[in-house]
Write a protein that binds this ligand. Structure first.
Ligand SMILES: *Cc1c(COP(=O)(O)O)cnc(C)c1O
Length: 371
């Protein structure tokens, strides 16, 4: 039996490097609550991401959820978002007592179709929450133009875009707020973790309070917060991984380029576009199968890969507006392009240490599916 190829595999520093980094924790006994490792990682991240202000969280989801809370959007107001995303984006809106309004995506790069946003704006709209999906950057200028015109907040789910730049600036500087995930499967990780980049200092204070139960000081608790603090061991893992981030992205790029070698120009297969003025991070390798031309459906390719011990992912299928937990609440017919893509897309195995021979194996199985 051939070895299994997973869709993702966490990069790790050497054990020695991590042990060296956590050694001080044994001296200080400071395990969580914004200790020295937290402070160090926060500073280094702000520098790497090219942002002035950043706070860190226990995971990317809490970063998004608490950002929405800290923005103090009117209860029940509408947030224009995309269903072509991970559960977290939509759940964060709903868990804040806000109403997601689903905008369709564009077929080219799978981000929000900005030409369809304005038709969804009502008197009750308070924010736009697009996703830089697969690391593809949204049409930032157009989103901002619409937000300015109608007085809306812009919160980017930037979970897929660690280390990317747009027009030479770190992606975290755009919008009112940008949220990153440092989950183990992401380009950069702290085992679990997340960060929020923002501009407004008062928002930052509110956000900080909310990740620590809403505690203002020893005697005053004036917010209904959560507990979403990043602990020192996670921060230490982040510090180690950040040392190797350029190499991580370089290795991912080599994997992506090998996929392009095999799959570019194949009829019935569409690959992720290269975007202008974007420095990409090669977070994912989505492939869209057109069964009519390719001869084989996405689901059949998925099954064939699985038979060969290769894990691909139907990412993002199902759409969040069709989740069981929202049964009857939303109508996915309003996002036909997202429906179309979610039935045809597969993300292929991609991680820094994926061997060239394994990429070859994945591609050969896919190409054999072509009729
Ligand atoms: C990973 C991810 C999140 C959530 O991040 P966690 O760190 O896993 O909580 C949110 N949105 C998107 C698009 C993601 O891929």
């Amino acid at each position: 039996m051939e070895n299994k190829i997973l869709v993702a595999r966490s990069s790790m520093p050497s054990m020695e490097e991590y042990i060296e980094e956590i050694r001080e924790i044994w001296d200080s006994h400071w395990l969580t609550n914004m200790g020295p490792k937290h402070a160090k990682l926060q500073q280094e991240l702000a520098a790497y991401l090219g942002v002035e202000q950043l706070d860190m969280f226990t995971n990317g989801h809490m970063a998004i959820e608490l950002s929405l809370q800290a923005l103090k959007l009117p209860k029940g107001s509408e947030v224009i978002t995309t269903p072509f995303t991970f559960a977290s984006t939509t759940h964060a809106i709903v868990r804040n007592g806000l109403t997601p309004v689903f905008c369709d995506i564009n077929e080219n790069d799978f981000t929000m179709d900005v030409s369809k946003i304005e038709a969804l704006v009502t008197d009750n709209t308070s924010a736009i929450m697009p996703v830089h999906v697969y690391g593809n950057i949204c049409n930032i200028e157009e989103v901002q133009r619409i937000a300015d015109k109608y007085g809306l907040k812009v919160i980017y789910d930037a979970a897929h875009t660690f280390g990317e730049t747009y027009k030479g600036r770190g992606i975290g500087v755009y919008g009112d707020v940008s949220c990153f995930s440092f989950h183990a499967t992401k380009v950069f990780h702290s085992i679990e973790g997340g960060a929020v980049c923002f501009h407004d200092k008062d928002f930052g204070k509110e956000l900080y309070r909310l990740k620590n139960f809403g505690i203002k000081n020893e005697e005053i608790v004036d917010g209904v917060g959560a507990n979403a603090k990043m602990n020192e061991f996670c921060a230490a893992m982040g510090i180690c991984n950040l040392r190797h981030i350029d190499e991580e992205i370089r290795k991912r790029k080599a994997v992506a380029e090998r996929y392009y070698l095999y799959l570019e120009g194949i009829d019935g297969i569409r690959l992720n576009p290269v975007q202008k003025e974007v420095k990409p991070n090669y977070a994912y390798f989505p492939v869209v199968f057109d069964e009519k031309v390719f001869g084989t459906s996405r689901n059949e390719v998925y099954n064939k890969l699985a038979q060969h011990g290769i894990g691909a992912r139907k990412y993002f299928y199902p759409l969040t507006n069709t989740f069981e937990c929202f049964h009857g609440r939303y109508d996915s017919n309003v996002t036909p392009v997202a429906v179309h893509i979610s039935k045809r897309v597969l993300t292929l195995p991609l991680y820094a240490d994926l061997a060239p021979e394994d990429v070859d194996r994945v591609c050969k199985v896919i190409l054999k599916c072509k009729i």
